[in-house]
Design a protein around this ligand. Sequence first.
Ligand SMILES: Nc1ncnc2c1ncn2[C@@H]1O[C@H](COP(=O)(O)OP(=O)(O)OP(=O)(O)O)[C@@H](O)[C@H]1O
Ligand SMILES: [Mg+2]
Length: 375
Amino acid sequence: MRLLRLTVKDFRNLSEVEVEPSVHATIAVGQNGQGKTNLLEALYYLCTLKPLRAGRLQELVRFGAGQATVTGRFLLRGAERVISVQVQDGARSVFVDGKKAASLEEYFGGVAVVAFTPDDLHVVKGGPDGRRAFLDRAVFNRFPAYLKEGRAYARALKNRNKLLKDQAEPAYLAAYDEALAQAGARVWTRRRALMEELSGRAAAAFERIGRTADPATFRYVPHGLKLPPECPFGAADEGALSAHLLQRLGARLPRDGERGYTSVGPHADDVALELGGRSARDYASQGQQRAFVLAWKVAEIENLSAALGHLPLLLLDDVSSELDPERNAYLMAYLSHSGAQVVLTTTDGSLVRAAAGEDTAWLSVRGGAVRAEGS
Ligand SMILES: Nc1ncnc2c1ncn2[C@@H]1O[C@H](COP(=O)(O)OP(=O)(O)OP(=O)(O)O)[C@@H](O)[C@H]1O
Ligand SMILES: [Mg+2]
């Protein structure tokens, strides 16, 4: 997979941008507040239909403009295809080769991207919500159908919470629990599948980066699931998970009714990160915590590449300034050896020079304008 050309119109502060990226590294350099993250966000949004930063879709449209458009020409499995996304009035429309996409499957069609931002580096220290969002981006990268499935769960959860707040009749609620349990079981199944693929790779990557003899573990912790010992989480099929969630929701109903929200289910899941059997959040150094995140991202790249048969596009937003020199050197060497197509942003080109080669496309970003250096 290769991005041949990116066109951005009225996306955040980028009024009109045209980029021809390198097959390998494309490096966008600019001062603070000029539009570097916006450029990566445009590309990330194009490839995932998820905003890189939380918020409302309308925020993506340039102030004073009617709509934002991002278009990418890709070379994918030997064929060229153009995908395009438009945001207007808080809603998005997607196009493939100029025509409205018939489905999201058609739209994504094997396009894969892994992004790495400074926010990611705080995921070990932060709360479970950050780790869930982090996990879900990886799940979605691996299983694009998860975009819909995750939303179906969120919708069902919102409905139940509203009914709880409105003190609806238990019998009425029970009808909703069924849908919630099914959607929740799908979320658990997807997250578990991703973690089964990823955790071994991430532990191995940590061994290379962590600079400690202690092994790192990455473990998925589904919330509120009390399965019988003869049917552990790893072995339970989706139907069994759904039945268990339904039963748990029923058991919690009186309490949930008092509190006005749903207290069990995937919306409270977490990922346990441990170093030598101890919580990385409580015991690992800052550099080691960052190594966890770096190892996770490396694992994601390897895993996607194994699953898809091609490397994903990599987007790194000003990460080098946040890593210590040795880990940054590891990352830059990894990028240049991987052969992946990567777009990096930085305020200081010297930090990422090790990822650059003769074919690097250097861009300068200033006031929302992106120019190829030397042109
Ligand atoms: N919808 C929008 N319309 C116009 N400008 C916007 C919009 N959303 C954000 N901006 C502007 O984009 C600029 C920030 O761009 P961005 O986050 O890409 O900067 P950056 O180059 O990554 O900076 P830093 O190095 O500090 O991370 C800000 O000036 C902000 O006001
Ligand atoms: Mg930025």
